[in-house]
Design a protein around this ligand. Structure first.
Ligand code: CIR
Length: 251
């Protein structure tokens, strides 16, 4: 199976990216470039083909490409970013993803950030957030039909659903249960000791990649038998990014 990783290089305006508290982040651009490169190289070393989509230098947050596109099997869904400063990020992406050989559908209603979309098996949990509206979730559900089961999830206190929870290879939800308003889903979330411990990208059944800013959580998963790799993401974390958001993964 060919695994492809779509990434988007950041431009000179990265430090103008949005922050939850509205205070501009103090970004070290040189360090961010090193960390971004190391992220890309990590995936290359682990057998992924890395593909760069065209940069969007006029959009400071474009490096967080996960928010602009979500891939379901061989269908790329072009999102409608909820923040006005991010809406131009999707320009040209439909054509670009089609050229990769994927089917493409563009959402037309409301707003939806890919960071609110957590796929676990055939379930698609979609956070109801300031960035993602019920109308867009309905449209996504209709688009995906019976192949996927879309579950809206109310949450609070963090930017995106995947800022609060992600999932281990066995489908176990992990992260900050207290952020999940929906009681049934909250009860299924296994707590982790650090905020950035909520974020894993699954490389395969036994291998995870996480931010190096969650060492206690990494130790917990290692003790359970997972191989845990870490990447440094501090500059992107200042902009409320995490390990999932710097790429779109095509498996
Ligand atoms: C934003 O506020 O939109 C960006 N500064 C951070 C987006 C992070 N995206 C993600 O975790 N999926």
């Amino acid at each position: 199976m060919q695994r492809r990783l779509v990434v988007r290089r950041f431009g000179p305006r990265l430090a103008d990216g949005l922050t939850l508290d509205g205070v501009p982040a103090d970004i070290d651009l040189a360090q961010a470039a090193l960390d971004w490169q190391a992220y890309v190289e990590f995936f290359e070393r682990n057998g992924w083909t890395v593909i760069e989509c065209p940069a969007a230098d006029h959009c400071p947050d474009a490096v967080f490409v996960e928010d602009a596109v979500v891939v379901f099997d061989d269908l790329a869904v072009i999102c409608r970013p909820g923040a006005p400063s991010r809406q131009l990020e999707t320009a040209g992406l439909a054509e670009w993803f089609a050229a990769l050989g994927l089917g493409v559908a563009s959402l037309k209603t409301g707003t939806l950030d890919g960071g609110d979309v957590l796929k676990v098996g055939r379930d698609v949990y979609v956070g109801l957030s300031d960035r993602t509206s019920p109308a867009a979730i309905d449209e996504l559900a209709k688009l995906l039909g019976d192949a996927w089961s879309v579950v809206p999830v109310a949450f609070s206190g963090v930017l995106h659903l995947k800022s609060a929870i992600t999932a281990l290879p066995d489908g176990q939800l992990i992260g900050m249960a207290a952020c999940i308003d929906d009681p049934e889903i909250r009860a299924r979330v296994r707590a982790v000791p650090e905020a950035h411990g909520a974020h894993v990208v699954v490389i395969d059944e036994s291998h995870l990649v996480m931010s190096s800013s969650a060492p206690q959580t990494a130790a917990v998963f290692e003790a359970e038998g997972y191989e845990v790799s870490t990447v440094d993401l501090a500059e992107f974390e200042k902009l409320d990014g995490c390990v999932t958001c710097l790429s779109v993964r095509i498996r």
